[in-house]
Design a binder for this molecule. Structure first.
Ligand SMILES: [Zn+2]
Length: 226
């Protein structure tokens, strides 16, 4: 008999906090977090010929649907996905969503949750974000008023802004997200599996809401907390 897989799809514009919430879901429900960005970068590292794709992705380019679809299918066949998984950054459009559904089978269940954010809130958050290129830690404070570059509290590296955290780039990404995701949301809403949570709240409050939705809709047995 086929086991039921609980498929949680996180939607949200860049900067809405999908990655963080996906990690929290993984820890809470002990189901893997699948990010297409991570898979493709890993494939590139393992020398699977996806190197140019990874380069393309890092440059902000889009990877063709069939490449992403294939990567996801291979990943969800692994044993750790037998109870379910969280998808972060996939499906990105209606065609990928239809493909994903063709790979599922009863009694699998889908829950799509959009972490909603306003463009102005994202701008504020992303424009004040710096990161440490040496250890990857992200900071939300800007350089001080004198324009002196701050140092990382973990390793002392000089903090930088990400190249794509610029107002014009952020506005364009937000608009693209709304255009591409509109049909996707309509699709999940029509199937009765779509929910939205307000993303401009502290991380744990956003998570409380997502956690409640997942439990309610999927009734994934909660692992015993230590
Ligand atoms: Zn650092």
């Amino acid at each position: 008999m086929l086991r039921m897989r609980n498929v949680v799809i996180l939607l949200g514009s860049p900067g809405a906090g999908k990655g963080t919430q996906a990690r929290l879901l993984r820890e809470r429900f002990r189901i893997p977090k699948i990010s297409t960005g991570d898979i493709l970068r890993q494939q590139a590292q393992n020398g699977n010929g996806a190197h140019t794709l990874a380069t393309q992705m890092n440059a902000g380019g889009l990877v063709p649907d069939d490449v992403v679809n294939r990567a996801v299918v291979e990943r969800i066949q692994l044993a750790d996905c037998e109870r379910g998984f969280v998808l972060d950054g996939y499906p990105r459009n209606l065609s990928q969503a239809r493909f994903l559904e063709s790979q599922l089978h009863p009694p699998d269940r889908i829950l799509a949750i959009e972490i909603q954010a306003q463009c102005e809130d994202l701008l504020f958050r992303l424009l004040s974000r710096t990161y440490c290129p040496r250890c990857g830690t992200t900071y939300t404070t800007q350089n001080d008023a004198a324009g002196v570059q701050r140092r990382c509290e973990e390793c002392g590296g000089l903090l930088q802004k990400r190249k794509d955290d610029r107002e014009d780039v952020i506005r364009t990404r937000f608009k693209e997200y709304e255009q591409v995701t509109g049909p996707l949301i309509a699709h999940y809403a029509a199937s009765g599996v779509f929910h939205q949570v307000h993303g401009n709240l502290p991380v744990h409050q956003v998570f409380n809401r997502i956690e409640a939705l997942v439990q309610q809709a999927l009734s994934i047995p909660m692992p015993q907390t230590a």
